[in-house]
Design a protein around this ligand. Sequence first.
Ligand code: ADP
Length: 258
Amino acid sequence: IKLDPVYLQNNKSIVIGSIVNIEDISERVRAENMRKDFVANVSHELKTPLTSISGFAETLKLNENIDKETRNRFLTIIDGEANRLRRLIEDILTLSFIENDKKEEKEAINLYSVYRRVEDMLMISAKTKNIALACEADESISLQANADYVKQIILNLVDNAIKYTPENGAVNVKIFTEKENAVIKVSDTGMGIPKEDQSRIFERFYRVDKARSREIGGTGLGLAITKHIVMNLGGTISVESELEKGSTFTVKIPIKRD
Ligand code: ADP
């Protein structure tokens, strides 16, 4: 609580009253703390690949006679870490863009066509793990939304489903309507998410297993971005999951008919 008294004085400068403005600033303090945490996390996440890149580059520079195999291994690590840095920066920029995009451009978009635009790309990553990716859709559903943002929702959820599902598994996408909502359901037969982590995975940089997420190229921002987009559309996102059985993410977006 912030108190800002203003004293009322008469013409002899004697205080004859006061006005106190009582303002609850707990929300502002919470937002400011979140911002500080985010900046600290971003710095840490960016420093980790940078340290690795400069460490390996330095080693290569100082050891001219390093054998070819080791040299190639170090260069592959540098390349991988540079890619990681690029993904992190892209995700941070996307998140910041979404947060500041107050009047995002909306148009009538067909949900299934948006899925079709990313399907080929997703099929390729599913194939590398021999995962069966299938989609069952009501092809007539249209929404007032920004196509790029909706594409991002689908990409993030299906990409995660593929990433966290072992070889030979299955990923299913369902697109349908339920009451006044368009629903996108993405289910996988993957590793699942422990109960205690399920409510936290939508937080920025929260990962159930940091090392594993890093290894498979995760930034820890995908679900935070997804949730933000869904909320901007007035929708909800939820998860049901069982360890070693799989997870289902459900996004509901109101279809506004106006
Ligand atoms: P990341 O880049 O690490 O994948 P996300 O924000 O997309 O970050 O997801 C946060 C965390 O939620 C992941 O690190 C992972 O632990 C967990 N997660 C997300 N999707 C799934 C899924 N389909 N199956 C199992 N775990 C998942």
